[in-house]
Design a protein around this ligand. Sequence first.
Ligand SMILES: Cc1ncc(COP(=O)(O)O)c(C=O)c1O
Length: 360
Amino acid sequence: MPHYGDEWKKIYDEVLNLSRSIFKTDGEVLLLPTAGSQAIEASVVNLVSPKAKVLVGVNGFFGERVLKIARAHGREVVVLEKDYGDVILAEDLEKILMKNEDIEAALMIYSETSTGVLNPIKTYGKILRERDILFIVDAISAYGGVELRMDEWEVDYCVGYPSKALGGLPGVIPVAISKRAWRMIDERGWSPQAWFLDFKVWKECIEEWGPWGHPYPTTMPTHTVIALREALRRVLEEGLENVYRRHRLIASAFRRAVKTMGLKLIAPEDHASPTVTAIRIPQDFSGKLREVMLKKFDVMIAGGLGRLAGKIVRVGHMGYTAAERYISITIAAMAYALRELGFRADFFKALRAFYEALGH
Ligand SMILES: Cc1ncc(COP(=O)(O)O)c(C=O)c1O
């Protein structure tokens, strides 16, 4: 499949439209053939002027990454910092903005994959808009699994993801840009120190090369875009509300089972992400727990990142794994592994809690 031409144009346009309906935006969507981190980097490069002050919300490893990205580009950063596992509330945002009146953009994480905290980004938009601050959101582990309403929530730039909750393949990152952000790019009186990441370059391609099916500056990995189309179609066929409900239900039932096993969660219940759960593991056993689960049950879960390395495990219940048959096995494997390591984890009680929460 060539990455241009009439046949390709139809596919590409369909993918943009499907992506748009998950972002819930009338704005522009681009597919960046890269990793999520570079899609975040693109927001700094394009939307944060070199002399501007930018606010970064940090309550986990991925917030810290955004901070590193902003600093790597020499931007002056105001950090809204909370402990790993704490939530960034609208009032935290308001407080820090009152002390810093010259902030031009705010970069926030929606689902903090390192802690399983879902930051209440829908409560941030109004506060930022009132102060004319551009609102940039990393929705990487939420996209396609957690409610997202970019336009309604006044988000100006939002990073989605193909291979987490959407259940597709990695390789192209859907990003959405609000009309306001495009205008700002059009009117900005400075040039980013980038070419590939400069959205003005992309805009020229949309205008000049779009008609023959090449609305981007470089080669597009067509097979990866077709895989993204499949993932988007599946999610939209199931229905966004159904998909979001499935994620919420499986996640809360899983958290119940985990608590029944006597373990503690990192995220508070009322701000827990529907796609990922981080669990505190006592006595540095997280590596061993993961090893037993993988070797004996073929169940792969993740460890902690950054400050939480060695202290937690993380379970993804996103995309097709947000399902009874995957998570029941995960609970069984986890309870078995905990017993092997000398903890009293009641396998039956945990599964009963899970099924009861699912309404069985
Ligand atoms: C919230 C969040 N932000 C950023 C990233 C980085 O994405 P990538 O590894 O594609 O650069 C991840 C990856 O897990 C993530 O979960």
